[in-house]
Design a protein around this ligand. Structure first.
Ligand SMILES: NC(=O)c1ccc[n+]([C@@H]2O[C@H](COP(=O)([O-])OP(=O)(O)OC[C@H]3O[C@@H](n4cnc5c(N)ncnc54)[C@H](OP(=O)(O)O)[C@@H]3O)[C@@H](O)[C@H]2O)c1
Length: 292
């Protein structure tokens, strides 16, 4: 039975570990905290508390794996936590699991284009923030050692959608002057992409964008939600400050991954919302704004 370690068994990590387990793999998940490990103890595979940024803790682990996926997240965080969790985490895993197939879940935030253009894995990467530069350095460490990089776009899925949460909380605004494309992907499609990359033969030292088929203007997402939920459109107002300056505007292509045979269960935001998110709307812990 092939063995896989999911280092960072959070929102995406769990879905991925579940998928591999269901496919007959011997999966193991790691979390940073004892609390998360305890919560996940109901899983039909072992969950261990291991801090991947601590080289001693990683080096002490005795089990070996055929595949290791770095799926840990700094949950936003600042430069130092990026450095610890991504760069040091990946280096520690590479040092401990030599000659093991490795995959790093990075982010499409490494693309800084602002002109709405399409970007592929070949496009320029010039992240605006130093946290993005840490991701690039981590990608390089992974690629140099023969690993694979999956650049994930904005994750949504059951109980999680930044756009829907803002819409429901009444904090969304539409600024036509700084409207931009958003690139999203459903959690379960990420898991199937990682499964394809791990089980395929072609992916060493390669980068793949993991994003759905249809980038959407942010305002169109809100329009779709307003119409579907029969609620008012967010107010039109000028976006100010950091957000206005910091946001990128690009359309991320998934053609490379699809050319390997990746098919999406939720190819568009509308399909993901209809089939997966809206049926569980009560999972979104925000007050509903008044109906039209
Ligand atoms: N959110 C997005 O839209 C987005 C977009 C692009 C890329 N990504 C990337 O996608 C990946 C998965 O994100 P996610 O949303 O599934 O993350 P998540 O739900 O926040 O889960 C993160 C997991 O990593 C664990 N972790 C954190 N620090 C660790 C450490 N030092 N050692 C071991 N485990 C550690 C956490 O454990 P605890 O629960 O104990 O803290 C948790 O299990 C990350 O690489 C993230 O950067 C996310």
């Amino acid at each position: 039975m092939p063995r896989i370690l999911i280092a960072g068994c959070g929102y995406v990590g769990q879905a991925t570990a579940d998928l591999f387990h269901a496919a007959g793999w011997d999966a193991e998940g790691w979390t940073a905290s004892a609390k998360s490990a305890a919560t996940l103890s109901v899983k039909p595979y072992p969950i261990c508390q291991v801090d991947i940024s601590d080289s001693d803790q990683v080096a002490e682990r005795r089990r070996t794996f055929d595949v290791v996926v770095h799926c840990a997240s700094s949950r936003g965080g600042e430069f130092e936590s990026y450095r610890q969790i991504y760069l040091n985490g990946v280096r520690n895993l590479l040092d401990r699991f030599v000659e093991t197939k490795m995959l790093f879940t990075s982010s499409t935030s490494v693309y800084a284009q602002r002109d709405g253009s399409w970007v592929t894995e070949e496009s320029e990467t010039k992240p605006a923030r130093d946290t993005g530069r840490v991701l690039l350095e981590t990608e390089k460490a992974m690629l140099d050692r023969g690993g694979t990089v999956a650049r994930l776009s904005g994750i949504y899925g059951p109980g999680r959608s930044a756009l829907l949460s803002k819409f429901l909380a009444g904090t969304a605004i539409i600024d036509p002057e700084s409207d931009r494309f958003v690139n999203q992907v459903h959690r379960d499609d990420i898991a199937s992409a990682l499964f394809l990359l791990v089980t395929g033969e072609l992916q060493e030292r390669q980068i793949y964008n993991v994003v759905d088929n249809q980038p959407m203007l942010q305002s169109d997402c809100y329009r779709w939600l307003a119409q579907r939920l029969n609620r008012p459109l967010p107010p039109f107002r000028e976006l100010t400050g950091q957000r206005k300056r910091g946001d990128t505007n690009k359309r991320v292509s998934n053609a490379k991954l699809r050319s390997l045979g990746w098919t999406l269960q939720y190819p568009t935001f509308a399909e993901g919302m209809e089939k997966s998110i809206l049926p569980g709307l009560s999972e979104f812990d925000v007050p509903l704004s008044p109906k039209c």
